[in-house]
Design a protein around this ligand. Structure first.
Ligand code: PTJ
Length: 270
């Protein structure tokens, strides 16, 4: 539900629409108040990468999908921001890759869990793990609410997709031997640097591409998928992403006039 009427020719239309989706998610109790701040941080990094899917992000997306397809028991962790922005795509990716969805919240409130469950169900999810009526186990070395996980989900997973994640949990998941795949616009966040695969991209653009590649790559052999994963270095991916930001800033610092260039709504403004 969008409260603000955004003119179709507004140069920042797409960004404003995403913001409205987060605000609506907050009104509906899906998004934590801190999730609004997390979104603002993401917006700032999206500006720095130029609000587009970079080549390096698309490569990381393919590696992320290959890692999910190779896993014996992959799980997709869902928080409030992710649910409010890409519920439909989460369900699609879960179905294509047989990776169950598990609600796992940093700022846990039962009302939020219920709202997220409703949103996922209305987006087509049949089964959702991590709800309060399910058994739970704990991830050692983690003190936040997120230490509670579903024994049939993250508890048993060999690979976990944790988009828009806080660093402590990523480190704890790594410490118990799980492969961690994340989507995070900040290539310097702790999650980004501790994960095995970091897609430096807005989740709004990343998830539809992950769904598309999952459908395309699902029938690849294990050998082909392994080749994709083995040729990848997450450190290189992060270095290139940071370099891309610094190059872009350097170019803009030489000529800011390009920032005044007229663009169509949703196109890179710079
Ligand atoms: O719903 P909850 O209770 O589990 O809480 C969720 C939030 C997001 C509030 C919680 O996990 C949190 O505080 O996360 P952080 O530590 O702020 O990390 C969120 C990361 O996601 C930051 O590095 C942001 O730059 C990044 N981010 C924000 N919006 C997007 C994003 N990355 C990709 N796409 C976005 N749209």
């Amino acid at each position: 539900m969008v409260n603000l009427e955004i003119p179709t020719d507004h140069p920042r239309r797409v960004s404003l629409e995403i913001r409205e989706a987060i605000i609506a998610g907050h009104t509906d109790q899906i998004v934590a108040t801190a999730g609004l701040l997390a979104h603002g941080r993401g917006e700032a990094f999206d500006y720095l990468i130029g609000e587009r899917t970079t080549e390096i992000a698309e490569k990381a997306i393919k590696v992320a999908v290959a890692s999910i397809l190779l896993a014996k028991h992959p799980v997709i962790s869902v928080n409030g921001n992710v649910c409010s922005l890409v519920a439909k795509e989460l369900v699609e990716l879960s179905k294509i890759t047989n990776a169950p969805l598990e609600i796992n919240l940093f700022y846990y409130r039962k009302e939020r869990e219920d709202a997220i469950l409703r949103a996922l169900k209305s987006a087509g999810a049949e089964k959702v793990l991590g709800t309060h009526d399910r058994p739970s186990t704990t991830i050692p070395e983690l003190s936040s609410n997120r230490r509670k996980v579903d024994p049939d989900g993250i508890g048993a997973a060999d690979a976990v997709v944790v988009p828009l994640e806080d660093g402590d949990r990523t480190e704890a998941l790594k410490a118990v031997g799980k492969t961690v795949i994340t989507i995070d616009l900040n290539p310097m966040s702790r999650t980004a640097v501790y994960a095995d695969v970091t897609v430096v991209e807005n989740i709004v653009r990343a998830m539809p591409l992950m769904v598309r590649y999952a459908a395309e790559m699902k029938n690849k052999s294990v050998h082909e998928l392994q080749k994709i994963v083995e040729s990848y270095s997450n450190d290189e991916n992060l270095s290139t992403s940071i370099h891309l930001i610094s190059t872009r800033l350097e170019e803009l610092s030489r000529d800011v006039r390009v920032l005044r260039k007229k663009t169509k709504p949703g196109e890179n403004k710079s």
